[in-house]
Design a protein around this ligand. Structure first.
Ligand SMILES: C[S@@+](CC[C@H](N)C(=O)[O-])C[C@H]1O[C@@H](n2cnc3c(N)ncnc32)[C@H](O)[C@@H]1O
Ligand code: SF4
Length: 353
């Protein structure tokens, strides 16, 4: 099992950049999250983006998508995560975009529902990506239909077929591709997670990430259910943790939510580009979705480099609101705290090895 890419301590590799931030400088963003489109072929009941997806069918125009990948490479950024917004693999220029990413020798990952029927694209991804994460949520076709509300008739069967194909390529090529399944827990799919993990192991997934859906009518609200889930997940990790990496905020007794008490100072780890071309501070701050004052530029109006190093970017960081950050379970909550303790408070004693 590849343990390194799941290790939260990899935030320590951001040491020099974190020092730059503390010195008032803007570092090179390590990664980009690129959302090519708000269009989606599913209508997941829980989806935070659904209203926006249905209302604004924005996509980045293909020429601009190509240009922005070049600009990401020129910034010195190392990797791109293709995500949503909507469903990235439905963008008409996605194959070209992934080819360009490979040509530029950028690493990439894909977050997708993996429902598309496009074997050539899946092959390209399987042979070149660093990681893929499929938002599947359940291996039960009936629950899947109600939860994801897929457009096509094949539903879960198509998704599982696609994932089997990707895992087969990984195994044939003996590659380091990390194949993950995301299980977003709602009132509809939290039961029998042991069966879910067994199915993920049988299919050959490397990791399973459990997270709780927030801000939705199907959010699991009651403490008793949450305790039951926590107990089952603890058992799952004990029994299956050697065969599959079990991830998620739920894992650390967990459902209490992650959170921060100090203003987020590590947003410059990443640059985010939305389907409207907006550049917000992070995934949780987006047009029509969160405070627009957190958007500090648009790629249709300015080169990416100018946006990144602008005063507007610094001003947006200064406006970060802890309460807004704490509405979701964000990885950055943990990164902020680890580097604060180790670097700012000096607990890491990094003058020595
Ligand atoms: C919006 S989707 C976009 C990419 C792709 N369509 C997919 O489903 O993976 C990205 C992630 O947002 C998560 N998400 C959507 N609604 C959520 C909610 N209410 N609470 C927490 N996470 C949510 C989904 O689990 C999904 O993995
Ligand atoms: S597949 Fe992703 S973007 Fe589409 S509705 Fe579901 S969570 Fe939202």
């Amino acid at each position: 099992m590849n343990q390194y890419c799941y290790d939260v301590r990899r935030i320590f590799t951001f040491y020099y950049e974190a020092k730059q931030i503390l010195a008032g400088e803007m570092p090179i963003p390590r990664m980009a999250i690129l959302m090519p489109t708000f269009v989606c072929n599913h209508r997941c009941v829980y989806c935070l983006f659904r209203e926006m997806n249905e209302k604004y069918k924005h996509s980045i125009e293909t020429g601009l998508l190509m240009r922005v990948i070049d600009e990401i490479g020129d910034l010195g950024t190392k990797g791109i995560e293709f995500s949503g917004g909507g469903e990235p693999l439905t963008h008409p220029g996605i194959t070209e975009a992934i080819r360009k990413t490979i040509d530029r020798q950028l690493k990439f990952g894909v977050l997708s529902n993996f429902s598309i029927s496009n074997p050539k694209l899946l092959d390209l991804i399987a042979k070149n990506a660093s990681y893929v994460r499929a938002s599947i949520d359940t291996f039960d076709g009936n629950i899947y239909r109600v939860l994801h509300r897929p457009g096509g008739k094949d539903g879960l069967a198509q998704v599982l077929d696609n994932m089997e194909g990707i895992i087969r390529i990984k195994q044939n090529e003996n590659s380091e591709l990390q194949v993950g399944v995301k299980i977003l827990l709602t009132k509809l799919n939290y039961k029998n997670l042991t069966r879910t993990i067994e199915q993920a192991i049988n299919m050959g997934f490397d990791s399973a990430q459990f997270k709780v859906a927030r801000d939705t009518e199907v959010e699991i609200g009651d403490k008793q259910t949450i305790d039951e889930i926590n107990d089952e997940l603890s058992q799952i990790r004990d029994s299956y943790g050697k065969r599959i990496k079990v991830l998620g905020n739920l894992m650390e007794r967990e459902i209490e939510k992650t959170g921060i008490t100090r203003q987020c100072w590590l947003s410059p780890i990443l640059i985010v580009i939305t389907p409207t071309g907006d550049v917000p501070l992070c995934c949780y701050y987006q047009e029509h979705f969160r405070d627009p004052s957190h958007i500090y530029g648009n790629i249709k109006e300015q080169p990416l480099r100018d946006i990144w190093y602008s005063n507007k970017h610094r001003e947006a960081i200064a406006r970060i609101n802890i309460e807004e950050c704490n509405r979701y379970d964000c990885r950055w909550h943990i990164y902020n705290e680890i580097l604060y303790q180790a670097l700012v408070l000096g607990k890491g004693q990094w003058e020595f090895i």
